[in-house]
Ligand binder design. Structure first.
Ligand code: ATP
Length: 588
């Protein structure tokens, strides 16, 4: 396919306001992409996609597959310089930049120059974009643009910037206005013709008459729109179904929505609760049979950039622990000499580091912790439930040892509790915070792994938007091991000169903290009946909560849902505590 045809079709898509029409036109473009790769294939080129693959990416403003972290590494200045050179002797990179400041969009700026005037450096054949045949010898093809950009991406070392400008100049020099517009946008990843990932997915289904769910699944495992378009065309639905995860090729990470314990327990029978580790996301690919000796382990960031060399601890862990091929999802956490987590900023000192890794490692140690298993021993697990995947993760990390082994003892395994008990969730949350992590994740135990999705099957517990300062007006003596501690603290707010109750905070407080609170409150006990005590207003707790409900249970007429103890406001007296009016306002 000529690049002029691509540009012409891109312009038509851009001019189209309706989503369905955009899909239809993208679908036609893919169907017409054709295959001009056979000659090149026999020439033995290493990376040699067919034209339909290139078009499926170009139309989204991508040059390489999403899993491939190859970058063009062309800054705007390099691009302006190439445009200026192709535009003629009296145009400079600064002129291009000035025009851009006026016009606001690089495609329009590039289209405004007449590249055909440059004699002797390339022959402008007018492109024209009639979409039909008649390609002159010098007409630029989609394939040539791809190959030149691949060469350009591969340029490194001294003089590579000059080489990049030369290569780009060579392309612009052969462009019509319309081609220049889309080339400039492609190079700067600013395609903006209204074609997103969903459009290409639907267009592939429409163009090659395959079910959209099959396309979606194939995209999730391959992470490559180009490959999926070609397989859909050449091998249909069966071909798509045969695409699998590949160890060494990263997939998009599943993401979480913010959510509450209330939502989670209402939607699912039980929630899987995990600590939310305060680190950076990693995806580990381990293949003991890897073709290249040093590529057994590869580690990718959340954005699928390779970070293996920056985090040698992860590869060392994998090589010491794993025996079968695996793709694991997890977090890398910075730790101190006691193995306690350090703040997220410390991980960042290590995460994308390219130089002096050994030195950085002396300053900050990291360790991986894994919470999901996407592939193990040749089997893809994306469609399995979280419960099943976590069990598989456990066996992978337990190095074949018995399932009886205590989870706590399995290095690198994130802990997971499945429960429908909000109080238990509060305890897990408190433990996570106490251990120096961010809080908890709530996950649907029956859910599959959906790469790239920020769905409702994974919830990160919302941090408290608001907190309340409540007066402690009562408590209860604990039981068993906690018999000498006060717990279950009654919380009240001010209503004029009175105090009205809004709830009780019972859980989420460690034994150590309970002891401290008992010492603080005991002198203020006004009356005792059985385990219940009245406490004279003296102490103010800061509490978090998920929501405020109307409730006949408490004298205020309101109840805090899932109240959590946060701190003692020793700087506040009962007169400074929050009021019923504020509770009413927060509820509205
Ligand atoms: P955040 O800034 O909160 O980390 P995010 O946009 O990077 O958000 P989200 O999907 O919204 O990512 O939140 C989940 C993130 O929390 C994951 O990307 C991961 O890095 C981290 N995380 C820590 N522990 C877990 C866990 N047990 N399960 C899933 N993700 C976890």
């Amino acid at each position: 396919m000529e690049f002029a045809t691509f540009a012409d079709r891109a312009a038509a898509i851009e001019a189209e306001p309706a989503d369905l029409e955009i899909v239809a036109r993208t679908s036609e473009l893919l169907a017409d992409a054709g295959d001009d790769s056979e000659d090149r294939r026999s020439a033995g080129s290493a990376v040699d996609p067919q034209t339909v693959e290139i078009v499926a990416r170009f139309v989204q403003g991508r040059v390489f597959p999403a899993w491939d972290s190859t970058k063009l590494d062309i800054g705007p200045t390099t691009c302006y310089e190439a445009i200026a050179r192709a535009a003629g002797t009296n145009v400079s990179g600064d002129d291009v930049e000035e025009r851009l400041a006026e016009v606001g969009e690089i495609g329009e700026v590039a289209a405004g120059y007449d590249f055909g005037g440059q004699q002797g450096l390339g022959v402008f054949t007018g492109g024209g974009g009639n979409g039909g045949g008649g390609a002159g010898e010098n007409d630029l093809t989609v394939r040539e643009v791809y190959e030149t950009l691949a060469d350009l991406a591969a340029a490194e070392g001294s003089g590579s910037q000059d080489r990049k400008v030369d290569l780009l100049f060579g392309l612009f020099n052969r462009c019509s206005s319309e081609e220049a517009c889309y080339l400039a946008r492609l190079v700067l990843s600013e395609m903006r013709i209204g074609v997103g990932e969903g459009t290409v997915r639907d267009a592939i289904a429409e163009a090659f008459d395959v079910p959209v769910e099959r396309v979606e699944r194939a995209l999730q495992v391959s992470n490559d729109y180009g490959q999926v378009a070609r397989v859909a065309r050449d091998e249909g639905r069966e071909g798509l179904d045969e695409l699998d995860l590949e160890v060494g090729r990263p997939v998009q990470a599943m993401l979480a929505q913010a959510g509450t314990v209330t939502d989670a327990l209402e939607e699912w029978d039980e929630a899987a609760v995990e600590w939310k580790y305060d680190g950076a996301r990693i995806q580990l690919h381990y293949d003991p049979e890897a073709a290249e000796a040093d590529a057994e382990t590869r580690v990718f960031s959340r954005n699928m950039e390779e970070v293996t060399d920056a985090l040698p601890e992860v590869a060392e862990f994998a090589e010491a622990t794993l025996e079968e091929p695996a793709i694991l999802d997890g977090e890398v956490v910075a730790i101190d000499e006691n193995d306690d987590p350090l703040p997220f900023q410390e991980v960042l000192k290590r995460f994308r580091r390219k130089h002096d890794v050994a030195k950085a490692r002396e300053d900050v140690t990291v360790r991986p912790v894994f919470f999901d298993c996407l592939h193990a021993g040749g089997e893809d697990l994306l469609a399995e439930s979280l419960t099943t995947r976590h069990e598989r993760l456990r066996t992978v990390l337990a190095d074949g040892e018995s399932l009886e082994q205590d989870e706590d003892d399995i290095e690198g395994l994130s802990l997971l509790w499945t429960t429908d008990d909000p109080d238990e969730i509060e305890v897990i949350d408190a433990d996570a915070l106490e251990a120096g992590h961010e809080g908890i994740m709530l996950k649907d135990p029956d859910s599959a792994y959906s790469p790239g999705r920020r769905g409702k099957h994974w919830r990160k517990r919302k941090p408290d938007v608001e907190t309340l300062d409540c007066v402690v007006t009562g408590a209860e003596w604990g039981e068993g091991r906690r018999a000498t501690f006060l717990g279950t603290f009654e919380l009240s707010v001010r209503a004029g000169d009175d105090l009205e109750t809004v709830g009780k905070v019972a859980t989420g407080i460690t034994d150590e903290k309970l002891e401290e609170l008992t010492e603080l409150l005991e002198p203020h006990i006004a009356a005792e009946e059985g385990q219940a005590v009245d406490i004279e207003p003296a102490i103010v707790f800061e509490v978090g909560y998920e929501e405020i409900q109307s409730s006949p249970t408490y004298s205020s007429g309101y109840a805090l849902r899932f109240p959590r103890f946060l701190s003692v406001r020793s700087d506040k007296n009962p007169e400074d505590a929050d009021t019923l009016e504020r509770v009413e306002r927060l509820r509205a």
